[in-house]
Design a protein around this ligand. Structure first.
Ligand code: GLN
Length: 191
């Protein structure tokens, strides 16, 4: 099993460190060739508009879309969740997400006052107590389709969801020093 972390922009290094700590062979993905060799992909947080442009210049957009159509396990965090969603509000007009996650997502929805914050989450089925989650200019998931399982909520909004082999969070699980969410992603989608 080899995991890849999309390494065009954003918090990709930290995801790699978590996956390394879990003993998973991990590479940074910047080219279609690197994408071809992986069995699961993490799309990190960062800036979804910038990442979107870099998907085009790197030639990765269509190869990733194709792997997602073929059910590549994927974990999108924050900007990564925005890139997976099928309905993005307050995006740039030319912002085109992959559209594989049945969710309506509003970018930067917490406003400047609450741009970044931490919260303790009760994650369904996660042993070992609550998960301290770091939110950074996070999106808000306003609605999800029937196929989407909500694994954690904050203030009445889904913040960790699963749809088949797609995992997505509005927070940055790689910044908590807690490996459990990545572990859950790997164990649930790789079996
Ligand atoms: N606000 C960013 C965006 O719209 C997401 C922030 C993040 O990934 N931490 O892409």
């Amino acid at each position: 099993m080899k995991a890849g972390v999309l390494a065009l922009q954003g918090a990709f290094r930290e995801h790699g460190e978590v996956l390394d700590a879990l003993g998973v062979a991990t590479i940074e993905v910047r080219t279609p060739h690197e994408l071809a060799g992986i069995d699961a992909l993490v799309i990190p947080g960062g800036e979804s508009t910038t990442m979107g442009m870099l998907l085009d210049t790197s030639g990765l957009r269509e190869p990733i879309a194709e792997r997602l159509r073929e059910s590549l396990p994927v974990f999108g965090t924050c900007a990564g969740l925005i890139l997976l969603a099928d309905d993005v509000i307050d995006g740039r007009p030319d912002q085109e997400p992959f559209g594989v996650l049945d969710a309506r997502v509003r970018r930067n929805a917490y406003g400047s006052q609450l741009a970044s914050f931490e919260a303790d989450l009760d994650v369904r089925g996660l042993a070992g107590g609550s998960f301290r989650a770091v939110f950074i200019r996070a999106p808000v998931v306003e609605a999800v389709g029937d196929a989407v399982e909500v694994l954690a909520e904050h203030d009445g909004h889904p913040v960790l969801v699963r749809q088949g082999r797609i995992f997505a969070s509005t927070f940055h699980p790689e910044l908590s020093g807690d490996l459990r969410i990545h572990e859950r992603f790997l164990s649930e989608v790789m079996t």
